[in-house]
Design a protein around this ligand. Sequence first.
Ligand code: FAD
Length: 470
Amino acid sequence: MADPKRIAIIGAGSGGYVAAVRAAQLGAQVTLIESAEVGGLCLNWGCIPSKSLLACAELAQKIKKAGDFGITISGAVTYDLAGMVERKNRIVAGLVKGVRTLLRTWNVELIEGRGALVGATVVRVVKPDGTETTRPVDAIIIGTGTTAPALPNLPLDGTHIISSREALDLTAVPESLLIVGGGVEGCEFASLFSALGSKVTIVEMLPRLLPAEDEEVSALLAAELKKQNVTILTNIQVNKAAIGPEGVTATLADGKTVTSAKMLVSIGRRFNTAGLGLEEAGIQLGRRGEILVNERMETTQPGVYAIGDVTGKAMLAHVASAQGKVAVRNILGHPTTMAYDVIPAGIFTFPEIGRVGLTEQEAAQRGMEVKVGKFRPIGLGKAHASGETTGLMKVVTEAKTGRIVGVHLVGAHAADLIHEAAVAMRMGATAETLAGTIHAHPTMPEGLMEAAEDVEGMAIHLARRKVGAP
Ligand SMILES: Cc1cc2nc3c(=O)[nH]c(=O)nc-3n(C[C@H](O)[C@H](O)[C@H](O)COP(=O)(O)OP(=O)(O)OC[C@H]3O[C@@H](n4cnc5c(N)ncnc54)[C@H](O)[C@@H]3O)c2cc1C
């Protein structure tokens, strides 16, 4: 039997550790190198910590509505952010332990330290105590991720001007919070801190929040955030920030100022490529500093692969994991390519958002003629029973074929519900197939069925639009 392939993976984030386990499952000898903590950004300072805190805020919001459900809560309901952060830390620690166990059971060699390439066939690790070790390998996977941006006009001091990392460890709710950037991260933090009582302002330089999402989805979220007392300033940039006795004063492009206790900078990320020996190894970077890869996740140097955020693709944890599996399969002789057309994503705002595939606007940009079906949860019995009637369900189909090309959901459990649409799209389903699939009653997914029916104007629980309509 041939010797197992030796694979070194630099970075144990969502991309790296998943690649390590899959490579071990497929019989490779794996070395995984991590300079901070296994699980990377997502598990330690991203997805899981933010969703743990958002779960607390969501519960707090539900408690506020207890009276509507005939439940009386006597005494004041107060929030203890320090307690929430402690809970978050416990969750993270437990999951980190779980990942370490996985790696151990699959015999992955975990080296703690900073890894770099020495050409394309050797990796060097500098351990925390300064000692070095090297490993000759058959293939290398780089999954080093990103860090918070360094913006000269908005210098992070970690106390007043902070990144998501510090925001997740605040133990007292800031009286006011200015969030620079109305993308996914900015909107999730706006939901979190406004629910806990902070006076939140979002400043976004583009014309709308969540610029990458469907226009109606982003308008609906903006309307809901406004109801939660979030101030939204769009089409304007923060030019500079100064720290003073009252907190942080931001000067906007029109000369106006906004003063808040803290400022959270939620714009962009920096690719972690410095010190990896990439240039010497013949690995090219793209215009934004990302590592260039093809659809097999190969860099410009044969035998060296890159995965996850550092490749500048979808910047999502599950995409990093999927890319990791693709890289490993290619290294081990099972040719596979990475496709990006069916990637579900959740945005954990209040209300929640789920999306997969193209928006109407993106389809139009590709010259595709579309037919769209819409339904609102207010038409669902389950939504009323659970007090969650806010939202929108939208199915975008290619007019010519009826094939579903995108689904956009806003409302309770949207990030979970989106997977039905993802599977349907992966199977090349039409709206007719989705509409013809019997959905259990009473459930939220019934709304997706109705939205699919609405593509042909046949949703049962939508009033007839105009006399004479089909
Ligand atoms: C606040 C926040 C919330 C988020 N929420 C979500 C969400 O809900 N859903 C979602 O899909 N995505 C979310 N993301 C994005 C998600 O975290 C990333 O897409 C994901 O972590 C990318 O995984 P990765 O493996 O590419 O990189 P990372 O997770 O960044 O891992 C890279 C690892 O490499 C290590 N490393 C770097 N350089 C070296 C070196 N030279 N040697 C050794 N180790 C090195 C780092 O320490 C790190 O552990 C969120 C991000 C943030 C900031």
